[in-house]
Design a protein around this ligand. Structure first.
Ligand code: PLP
Length: 383
């Protein structure tokens, strides 16, 4: 890969084919997938119903711009609102959804300050990078947006920083890139309450945790939170690029004609895929995810958590972080698992992150966990 900017450190093989939860590389090696393409292909690779929806839209029209009505966008927006009175802005990625959220929050409140959290990840464009709490990926790119304040995640002192001079607080219910850190339910509720009392908008970034990943359409629904703005992307169209910002209807007048826009936002192919995804993730589908997750967590706690090289296990639903001892190098573990035929992800702090497709069977979840257990045990023996 000589003609590409070396922004990604790549593994030395190419995935050339995929179906369901199985991937094949260019040498014909077969893998069980516990990554979903980083939380994207939640319905599996080349999911038949998504493929069918995109193929049929391909025959009609690919792109029309946002100058005309779109019943497809309207339907996807209604599905995202899930029966509540919400407005949606469509874009093409998670970072763009967060850009829209930050702009809307400032415009709607007439205030400029935003509170974000340490170890958060919200994207790589200037607004979303400005609210990202990871100095490693920010070094050399400043200056960032002014008016951004950081607070420690899951820490009650953060509540004192939520005052009426903030436009918004932005957070993840589970920090994905930040090490699969679960927000403490009581703390999340206290943050939401303080926001309400101080007239501060609450933006919840569901780019990684949304679309059924934790067993609910949005992870905040586990805690009865009522965010003013929600952002989604990754799993929304199962691999066709898309993003969306979902806001309370009362925010509509701040995003009037000309206030914001993007050429490709709400593209018909992406909308056809998103419609197929959202109609698939219904109550029965989410129940099945929760059942698989409780089975998965039973084995995680019984077989993986007690291993000598494991400090703890975190996450929710089918979003899992296995926190490894400092002596183990996460990249060695991921490579060893690849050799054993399982694809996994890293996260901050020596964390092995698992994001299996939501359509995976219980028996394949168990197969993957056995590979992880064996690999972690053998790595200990080798040391
Ligand atoms: C991946 C991610 C983003 C950025 O999404 P892109 O589509 O890569 O721009 C933002 N927030 C969270 C929580 C993410 O996991």
């Amino acid at each position: 890969m000589n003609s590409l900017f070396p922004t990604y450190k790549r593994f030395p093989f190419e995935i050339v084919k995929g179906q369901g939860t199985t991937l094949f590389d260019d040498s014909g090696k077969k893998y069980l997938d516990f990554t979903s393409g980083i939380g994207v292909c939640n319905l599996g690779y080349t999911a038949p119903n998504v493929k069918q929806a995109v193929a049929s839209q391909l025959e009609k029209v690919w792109h029309t711009s946002n100058l005309y009505e779109s019943s497809l966008q309207e339907h996807v927006a209604q599905l995202l609102g899930a029966g509540t009175d919400k407005k949606v802005f469509f874009c093409n990625s998670g970072t763009e959804a967060n850009e829209a959220a930050l702009k809307l929050a400032r415009k709607a409140t007439g205030k400029k300050n935003i509170l974000a959290f340490d170890h958060s990840f919200h994207g790589r464009t200037y607004g979303s990078l400005s609210v990202t709490g990871n100095s490693k990926i920010k070094t050399g790119f400043g200056p960032f947006l002014s008016g951004i304040i950081f607070a420690p995640y899951n820490d009650t002192t953060a509540l004192n920083q939520i005052t009426s001079n903030l436009a918004a607080v932005i957070l993840e219910v589970i920090q994905g890139e930040g090490g699969v850190i679960n927000g403490n339910p009581q703390w999340l509720k206290a943050v939401a309450k303080k926001c309400r009392n101080e007239g501060v908008l609450l933006i919840i970034d569901e780019v990684q945790t949304g679309m059924g990943r934790t067993g609910k359409l949005y992870s905040y629904q586990h805690y009865g939170l009522d965010p003013d703005i929600v952002t989604v992307a990754k799993g929304l169209a199962n691999g066709i690029p898309v993003g969306a910002m979902i806001g309370k209807a009362e925010l509509a007048e701040s995003f009037g004609p000309g206030a914001h826009g993007t050429t490709f936002g709400g593209n018909p192919l992406a909308m056809a895929a998103a419609e197929a995804v959202l109609t698939t993730i219904d109550a029965d589908f989410l129940d099945a995810v929760q059942q698989k997750a409780s089975f998965f967590w039973y084995y995680l706690e019984k077989e993986i958590a007690p291993l000598q090289v494991v400090d703890s296990v975190s996450g929710k639903g089918l979003m899992v972080g296995i926190h490894l001892n400092k002596e183990l190098e996460i990249s060695n573990v991921i490579t060893a698992l690849q050799q054993a035929g399982l694809l996994t992800l890293p996260s901050r702090g020596n964390t092995l992150r698992l994001l299996p497709p939501l359509v995976i069977t219980g028996s394949k979840l168990l197969t993957g966990l056995k590979l992880i257990k064996n690999t972690l045990q053998n790595i200990t023996v080798n040391q």
